[in-house]
Design a protein around this ligand. Structure first.
Ligand code: SF4
Length: 115
């Protein structure tokens, strides 16, 4: 039987991977091969840690919860136009160097226009 912390970690990964639609609690426990009691405990623990939201939902005549991740996984699209990715000074850039992210106008401009 997997440890509870392993199940918590797997549950959080699964909840994060389903995105904005969330996942029904009952469906998640089947995927994790956990009991509904164990699953409820883990969901409450993740909610208490501020990692997920639980919303009550009627599904097939039974009340359950839909689980949503509060933090979304970073998408590659969110950084695809970061100037550092194609910068010729990348290998020489760092906080210890004369070329530094702290002083970089390109990076500052990109961050200010980040949406
Ligand atoms: S912070 Fe500026 S200089 Fe450094 S790698 Fe990024 S774009 Fe290049």
């Amino acid at each position: 039987m997997p440890k509870r912390s392993d199940l918590e970690h797997k549950a959080l990964q699964l909840i994060m991977n389903v995105g904005s639609d969330g996942v029904l609690q009952s469906k998640l426990w089947r995927k994790l091969d956990a009991s509904s009691r164990e699953g409820s405990r883990i969901a409450i623990k993740l909610e208490n840690k501020g990692l997920i939201l639980r919303e009550r939902e009627l599904s097939r005549g039974r009340w359950t919860y839909r689980l949503y991740a509060k933090r979304k996984p970073a998408s590659i699209n969110s950084i695809i136009d970061c100037p550092c990715l194609m910068c010729p000074n990348d290998s020489r850039c760092g906080p210890w160097s004369t070329i530094s992210p702290n002083e970089c106008e390109k990076l500052t401009e990109w961050l200010l226009n980040f949406s």
